[in-house]
Write a protein that binds this ligand. Structure first.
Ligand SMILES: [Zn+2]
Length: 384
């Protein structure tokens, strides 16, 4: 029965289908409307045992959590998805950062019918004040003025052009919008985000601004949340986020990553799990199951930030953990299904370095898993 609950994806009954339109072009600041039709593939057979186990655990946790929280019904038939046309900024041909994956991901989500009838949610750009609350104000000024010194640009690994600056501000704004949608509806995902190497001093490792860092800081400061848990499963350690919240007890940073991977200078996470090369699906998921429930009990977050980086994949050019596509989907489903009874979750896609189409398909797993848990009522703990 539990299997059926997770595997059966029904059609949306009684809903008028708006006319499908393509993903918006750069510069159009409006919500794209998309058709809800489309085939949504259920979990692959190999993930079933993991998912069933997760669901059994969740049912138990949910009964406890629901007794101490207010449940709201969500008005959306699908979890909100945040996208900005600036996410895929132009880069010179041959640059090793797969910048086009964001637009390709949005197109794929539209094709699979995973975007709700309200369309994609388009964020505002992050402001100087928001960014300077966690990053050196002089660095933020240089970036926004498109005047970053060459040696700083080299550390970032991207040319800091106006397009890249806009993209970086949009990404932070996107994670903020997704976080606020998550508080309201229980679950929401950005189609970018997870720039976790940017730290207090500045950018690094393809990351200009740390979207999760900026957003968690802002939401704590505004009182929107009291405590946050960062679950960072990108294959690289979340060093920037760890440094940003080194002395902030209200944000707990958990990073599980490849032991031999970038960065060489690690940040002081509240909990780091180093995994050996070639870990594989089974050992990886076992480690996750050993950590997440205890963290939720310990931290009792008002909001979980989930970095679902796909670079632990076996064919990723920068990852070394040998996870399969099925393993990554099982991971995302497990994290969402386990966290949601405790707290709203905002998902960001994190890293992934490979062919654009494969990457888009891999990043879509976060959104497929989101739809799955959403349709089974696990995302009901928003606070309206
Ligand atoms: Zn990474």
């Amino acid at each position: 029965m539990a299997l059926l609950i997770f595997a059966v994806i029904g059609t949306l009954a009684g809903r008028e289908e708006p006319r499908a339109q393509p993903i918006p072009d750069a510069g159009r600041k409006e919500r794209a409307r998309t058709g809800p039709k489309g085939h949504f593939p259920g979990p692959a057979p190999a993930t079933v045992s993991v998912i069933v186990a997760a669901y059994a655990r969740v049912q138990h946790i949910a009964r406890e959590a629901h007794s101490r929280s207010v449940i709201m019904s969500t008005p959306f038939p699908l979890p909100p998805i945040v996208y900005h046309p600036a996410y895929s900024a132009p880069l010179s041909p041959g640059h090793r950062f797969p910048m086009q994956k964001y637009a390709r991901l949005a197109q794929l989500l539209e094709k699979e019918g995973l975007i709700g009838p309200e369309g994609l949610h388009i964020p505002e750009l992050a402001s100087f004040d928001m960014l300077a609350a966690v990053h050196d104000p002089m660095y933020v000024r240089q970036v926004l003025d498109v005047a970053v010194p060459a040696h700083v640009e080299r550390v970032i690994g991207l040319p800091v052009t106006l397009d890249i600056v806009t993209r970086s501000q949009a990404e932070v704004g996107g994670t903020l919008l997704a976080a606020r949608l998550a508080l309201r509806h229980g679950l929401a995902c950005n189609t970018a985000g997870g720039s976790h190497h940017a730290g207090p001093k500045g950018g690094s490792g393809f990351c200009v601004f740390n979207d999760v860092g900026v957003v968690a800081r802002l939401m704590i400061d505004t009182g929107e949340i009291q405590r946050a848990l960062v679950i960072d499963l990108d294959v690289h350690q979340g060093d920037g986020t760890a440094f940003i919240f080194e002395n902030e007890p209200r944000v707990f940073t958990f990073s599980m990553h490849g032991a031999k991977n970038y960065p060489t200078r690690r940040g002081p996470s509240d909990l780091d799990i180093d995994l050996p090369d070639g870990t594989g699906d089974e050992a990886y998921l076992a480690e996750l199951r050993a950590q997440i429930p205890g963290l939720l009990e310990h931290v009792r977050p008002d909001l979980v930030f989930y970095n679902a980086g796909v670079d632990p994949h076996e064919t990723d050019s920068l990852g070394r953990l040998a996870l399969t596509d099925q393993g990554l989907l099982a991971r995302d489903t497990y994290v969402l299904a386990t966290c949601l009874p405790f707290a709203p979750v905002v998902g960001v896609i994190g890293g992934g370095y490979e062919d654009i189409d494969r990457l888009a398909n891999r990043h879509a797993n976060l959104h497929r898993a989101s739809v799955d848990v959403w349709r089974h009522g696990l995302a009901g703990r928003g606070r309206a």
